[in-house]
Write a protein that binds this ligand. Structure first.
Ligand code: MTE
Ligand code: MO
Length: 198
């Protein structure tokens, strides 16, 4: 018998794409710990600093000139929504990390407004993470992190720092904003690493 699937609200989970404890939504919720900061593009840059031979920085114009990738990924938020097939455009983190010499093992992403989040460097390399400035063919909405945000789709969405301005490379792990407030240090949605101790 045919079953009509609803196209709004909670849809049946495709278990191969939806991690445990998550539900699929068509919305794109906004989750910010503070007000949306506003930075003029002429004042914006992206910096890789910390444990590096010498820091590297890209202005907005230089960032725009970097090789760009368009890709579609599923996003999983610790508040239990999963949004499938999200189309983004941006620059692979490999492009930025290849510009510095480092023996660092971790990165602390930092953002306008003071938000930080930590990610092992291995999770930012190998085509697994990007700095994105477009969603669904349009410039990234300020409330979703525009002009540019980190995107690390294989980890819970709090690792995808909005309004990103750079990475501090570290030889020892250091927790970021939510990690200090009890979120899991790593945040693998497939292992339900939501909170400290999970
Ligand atoms: N700078 C900054 N980045 C952030 C946050 C934040 O409060 N500030 N919230 C995080 C959390 S908890 C989530 S779930 C996602 C939400 O992104 P969205 O508002 O685009 O859905 O952004 C993450 N990145
Ligand atoms: Mo979140």
């Amino acid at each position: 018998m045919a079953v009509t699937r609803g196209f709004s609200g909670r849809r049946p989970a495709d278990s191969s794409r939806v991690p445990p404890g998550q539900y699929v939504t068509r919305d794109f919720p906004v989750l910010s710990a503070g007000p949306t900061p506003f930075t003029r593009l002429e004042d914006w840059d992206f910096t890789v600093r910390g444990s590096v031979d010498s820091p590297a920085s890209w202005s907005w114009a230089e960032f725009q000139a970097l090789p760009r990738e368009k890709f579609t990924v599923d996003i999983h938020c610790v508040t239990k929504w999963t949004k499938l097939d999200m189309p983004w455009s941006g620059v692979s983190l490999d492009t930025f990390l290849d510009a510095v010499a480092t023996t660092a093992t971790h990165a602390l992403a930092f953002s306008d407004g003071g938000y930080t989040t930590n990610v092992p460097l291995a999770d930012l390399r190998g085509g697994k993470a990007w700095i994105v400035d477009e969603y669904d063919g349009k410039p990234l909405d300020p409330e979703h992190g525009g002009p540019a945000r980190l995107l690390v789709p294989h980890l819970y969405f709090w690792k995808s720092a909005k309004w990103i301005r750079g990475l501090e490379l570290l030889t020892e792990d250091q927790p970021g904003f939510w990690e200090r407030y009890g979120y899991h240090n790593y945040g693998d949605p497939w292992k339900e690493q939501r909170y400290y101790g999970d």
